[in-house]
Design a protein around this ligand. Sequence first.
Ligand SMILES: NC(=O)CC[C@H](N)C(=O)O
Length: 374
Amino acid sequence: MTQNKPAYLLLEDRTVFRGKSFGAEKEVVGEVVFNTGMTGYQEVLSDPSYCGQIITFTYPLIGNYGINRDDFEALHPHVEALIVKEHCTAPHHWRKVLTLEELLQEKGIPGIYGVDTRALTRRLRMCGTMKGMLIIGREPKAEDHARLEQLALPQDQVARVSTKNPYHCPGRGKRVVVLDFGVKAGILRELTKRQCDIRVVPYDTPAEEILGLKPDGILLSNGPGDPQDVHQAPQTIKSLLGQVPIFGICLGHQLLALACGATTEKMVFGHRGCNHPVQDVESKQTFLSSQNHGYTVATESLTGTGLKVTFINVNDQTVEGLAHKSLPAFSVQFHPEAAPGPYDTRYLFDQFMEMMEAFKTKKNSTRGAISYAT
Ligand SMILES: NC(=O)CC[C@H](N)C(=O)O
């Protein structure tokens, strides 16, 4: 039990935040990012896209409804550490099976509480996300900072979180191959609700193997890290484009853009939370969306790619959605499956279903056509 040992977060810019330890007693290094959601800590903790990151929540009380059996987005959380103002030791909810601290201990994840998370968030907003080191039971030393500066953040997070073996979630409807870059359970849930027959395959599955599964559509999942580190994915997606309808979510959206020749860039502090407004460029309708990303598609790189912008972020005008102008492929930077967050954009899964149906109908009608020699 590590509760109440002094603990420190040392940032790359030498700032130190002091708090107390809870969860596992472990010194870790990661990219420190902030999430502005008021609820949904269990989904956030278990979202594979946070692999390698230390999360601080801007909401001051975390853990007040405990941890339940239903809301995990992956079997094992991949987050490096958690930083909160206050963690609740006596949560109350009828679905509660563990406290937040019990989960952190069980999964070997360290946490710090009692931190001025407002000041930490302001620092990250001003200076951008940066590397951080968690130190427990002793004050940070100059050598720690030197070590932190030298340590490179990992680049293999997708390989770490993607499934090692293909698996099948049977259904009566459309066959969807999910290219797993770190898929959230929420995405599979939305496909299952629509009766899809789902084949989840590892992130590095070759295009021929994917097409060999005879999919009606391909879903490019969310995932951690820099999209430019997933080297073979853009080439695979390029070979699939036009052959089968494609829907990309978050990392999947960024990889679709790379496959079409656009570029991605790192944002200063990213978008992580449940209330990010996005606007449909055509209808001008605004939706609230759930988001978790630190990279974005560079708007100026879209010229000549065949892609058009379908959604923009209302706060900073960054690209939030893309569609191919002539091929059946579209993508969003935000999370239509929510988990956690608002369900405003869940209709995009229906749009994917319609795209698969239209593509199948068109293919069948051209396959059966008789051509006459003239
Ligand atoms: N949720 C995601 O898929 C995140 C995508 C990517 N890792 C980013 O941070 O931008």
